[in-house]
Design a protein around this ligand. Structure first.
Ligand code: ADP
Ligand code: MG
Length: 287
């Protein structure tokens, strides 16, 4: 086994609960003593109900939530980052490796910028190209990989549907060619009919671009559709993790069993669950 791309060890992210004049404030452990390996090239699901700490864990890996205990190591064989202890210079370098796909494609795109400029922005911010022509080439390349019509690059976001906007948002996230992305509820805001499109796009991008993905969702059936591994988080703690098929076929923890039982479209006979997922059916069970 090679080293995981991201290894998380005993991670705790705690927020102060209210204010205290004297003494320490009580702390809410949004993520509590979490250990998780994300293998290179993996499509790893992080599933749990609202408030369980999914976003906080994803943000911590991207250095966007305070690490109060434990360690996150990113190591692609050439570059290593100790996420909780980076210099400003390392942080900038790390941003080329690890990025976030937003949940809400409406909020994520500036209405005053053309699609071309939206996708070009991270390339320019990270100084990846030397000329506008070179930037344009990168923009066109990622746009076509995200199945966007190149004619559309001149338009503004309001001209597009939710699904198209999410593809634009994904193109922007991947424009600077990160190797690791956190996709946080990236289909939750979309119609069911469009969800499968975006999930299939992510799958193909993962292969084309050699991406490693942490896929956050409250929706087990969506996770089953795309993820090769799953971690189940409950009240800030990972209660169970493993290969998707194995975990779904034979859940060990009561919380996982409850989540599985809450998917209404599944046959109560557990054995028949897996074939239903393999047919590629995507259900939306808002949690
Ligand atoms: P999820 O993404 O699974 O819905 P979150 O990670 O957003 O869960 O939140 C986990 C817990 O941490 C919640 O109780 C939430 O209220 C709390 N929390 C998240 N961010 C902050 C913050 N910046 N300050 C204080 N509490 C927070
Ligand atoms: Mg969240």
């Amino acid at each position: 086994m090679t080293r995981p791309l991201v290894s998380i060890e005993n991670l705790t992210v705690a927020y102060p609960l209210g204010r205290r004049i004297l003494g320490d404030a009580d702390m809410l452990k949004a993520v509590n003593n979490v250990s998780l390996d994300i293998p290179r090239g993996g499509f790893v699901g992080l599933v749990g109900e609202s408030g369980s700490g999914k976003t906080t864990l994803g943000r911590a890996i991207l250095k966007a939530a305070p690490i109060t205990g434990g360690q996150i190591i990113y190591d692609n064989g050439t570059d290593q980052f100790d996420v909780g202890a980076m210099s400003k210079r390392q942080e900038k370098a790390y941003r080329k490796h690890a990025q976030l796909i937003f949940q809400d494609p409406y909020a994520a795109l500036s209405p005053r910028m053309t699609v071309r400029d939206i996708i070009a922005e991270p390339i320019e911010l990270l100084g990846l190209t030397k000329s506008r022509a070179e930037t344009d080439e990168m923009v066109r390349d990622i746009a076509s990989k995200c199945r966007l019509n190149l004619e559309h690059l001149r338009r503004y976001p309001h001209a597009f549907s939710g699904g198209q906007r999410q593809r634009i948002s994904i193109a922007r996230t991947l424009a600077a060619r990160p190797k690791f992305v956190v996709a946080d509820e990236c289909v939750a805001a979309l119609d069911v009919s469009i969800q499968a499109d975006i999930l299939n796009l992510l799958k193909s991008l993962q292969r084309d671009l050699d991406l490693t993905i942490l896929f956050i969702s409250h929706d087990l059936s969506v996770v089953a559709h795309v993820c090769d591994h799953v971690a189940v988080i409950y009240l800030g703690e990972i209660v169970e993790a493993g290969p998707t098929r194995q975990l779904f076929a034979n859940p060990q923890h009561d919380y996982t069993k409850t989540l599985l039982a809450a998917i209404p479209s599944l046959d109560p006979d557990r054995k028949s669950r897996i074939p239903a997922f393999e047919r590629g059916r995507v259900d939306v069970t808002k949690g």
